[in-house]
Design a protein around this ligand. Structure first.
Ligand code: S3P
Length: 434
């Protein structure tokens, strides 16, 4: 028996209100900035996922006291900008690219050495995109030919740079901004396309002077962070599975309360609407400096689209589930300009093309995207390649496939969405653990 395989079958029309767990990107950042602040910060809505818990464990190893007064809550006793101390052991980031890349920036300007390690999936992910520009700031980081582990030599001080990112990446931008806290002079980042700006917004909320606008950010070293409380909204990327599921299962109507709607994250909302989806935003409001709203999604027939390339960075984590929507929509969907998908938790273009083909879909993989001709999906067996979003996407496919879909090794779902199976089943999915 392998308890990590799931079988997803046709369930009921989806109904009810689904409480999506906290945003992964914001949870990582809230821990890091709280740790470096003067004073104690309370984080509410914290994602109890393996990725974010790994970041908390790393910060504890670096001498930060973090309490868990309740599930989804953390009390972080900040040690101040220069209060971290060397860890005796390597720092394990688990499956988390965000954890490793942001911590690389944060640790590059410390007075001590650190080693960052990760699991088999993270150990295959490219790190030169952070270590090269950090090197330009004076950091000294050894990689295994561009891959983890990262051995970071303590260097003080770093110096600020003006850096034009070759690829749109919030992780790289954030790593450089965190290193910039420890740098002499200004650190300025220019992006080829605006990416999520959580680090910038949160630095400002913690009292660090920073200027930013879509596509650029600039700060000076040598200030201090003041403890502040953080309210983490529900993660749009986790909500995405339910948005597609309710759209494709006839008779469905789901409500997803208090979902983060930062415009740099909601490209899928636009893409699904272009495909004919019926999704409404109710009670739009601000919470913790972020736009949030309640999402109401009803079943609607979807049709294929040529995805506007400009939407790609704003939905970079949502392609696996978009591909499921496209595979059951009428007509053809074409995705271009998404080569970054090849260096996520798995090569998502390959993982999705192979999995969808195993279910009888017509999909052609291209170097930077895919061409998908929608139709019916059959049952079958698919691999997740240690990728949480591939796993959850294929459970959604199971809802409309003509026979059950066996999803091999769903253990990584817990990295970003603890309790996914139970939550999904409560609103009408039929996912069994086998
Ligand atoms: C993230 C940025 C994105 C995204 C990842 C989280 C972040 O990665 O895919 O899941 O929190 O900054 P890239 O910066 O590699 O695009």
């Amino acid at each position: 028996m392998n308890s990590f395989d799931w079988v997803s079958g046709q369930g009921q029309p989806l109904h009810g209100s689904v409480r999506i767990p906290g945003d992964k990107s914001i949870s990582h950042r809230s821990l890091m900035l709280s740790a470096l602040a003067d004073g104690t910060s309370r984080i509410r809505g914290f994602l109890e996922g393996e990725d974010t818990r790994a970041t908390a464990a790393v910060l504890s190893q670096l001498g930060v006291k973090i309490e868990t007064p309740a599930d989804g809550e953390r009390l972080v006793h900040g040690v101040g900008l220069h209060g971290l101390r060397a860890a005796a052991e390597p720092l394990d980031c688990g499956n988390a690219g965000t954890g490793m890349r942001l911590l690389a920036g944060l640790l590059a300007g410390q007075a001590f050495d650190s080693t960052l390690i990760g699991d088999a999936s993270l150990s295959k992910r490219p790190m030169r995109r952070v270590t090269d520009p950090l090197g330009q700031m004076g950091a000294r980081i050894d990689t295994q030919e561009g891959l983890p582990p990262l051995h970071i030599h303590g260097v003080q001080p770093l110096h600020g740079i003006r850096y034009a990112l070759p690829v749109a990446s919030a992780q790289v931008k954030s790593a450089l901004l965190l290193a910039g806290l420890y740098a002499a002079g200004s650190t300025e980042i220019i992006e080829p396309h605006p990416t999520r700006d959580y680090t910038e917004r949160m630095l400002a909320a913690f009292g660090w002077p920073i200027t930013f606008s879509p596509g650029s950010a600039k700060l000076d070293g040598g200030h201090a962070l003041r403890a502040t409380d953080v309210d983490v909204p529900a993660d749009f990327s986790s909500a995405a599975f339910f948005l597609v599921a309710a759209s494709i299962v006839p008779g469905s109507e789901l409500r997803l309360p208090a979902v983060g709607l930062n415009p740099r994250r909601t490209g899928l909302l636009q893409a699904l609407r272009l495909m004919g989806a019926d999704i409404q935003v109710e009670n739009p409001r601000e919470s913790g400096g972020e736009p949030v709203g309640d999402l109401l999604v009803r079943h609607a027939p979807l049709h294929g689209i040529e995805l506007p390339e400009a939407l790609v960075p704003d939905m970079i984590d949502e392609f696996p589930i978009l591909f499921i929507a496209a595979a059951v929509a009428s007509g053809r969907t074409v995705v271009r300009g998404a080569a970054e998908l090849r260096v996520k938790e798995s090569d998502r273009l390959a993982s999705m093309a192979t999995g969808l083909r195993a279910l009888g879909a017509r999909i052609e993989e291209t170097p930077d995207g895919a061409i998908i001709d929608g139709g019916a999906l059959g049952g079958g067996e698919v691999q997740t390649h240690m990728d949480h979003r591939i796993a959850m996407s294929f459970t959604v496919a199971g809802l409309v496939a003509t026979a059950p879909v066996r999803v091999r090794d769903c253990s990584h779902v817990a990295t970003s969405f603890p309790g996914y199976r139970e939550l999904a089943n409560a609103c009408g999915f039929a996912i069994a653990s086998v």
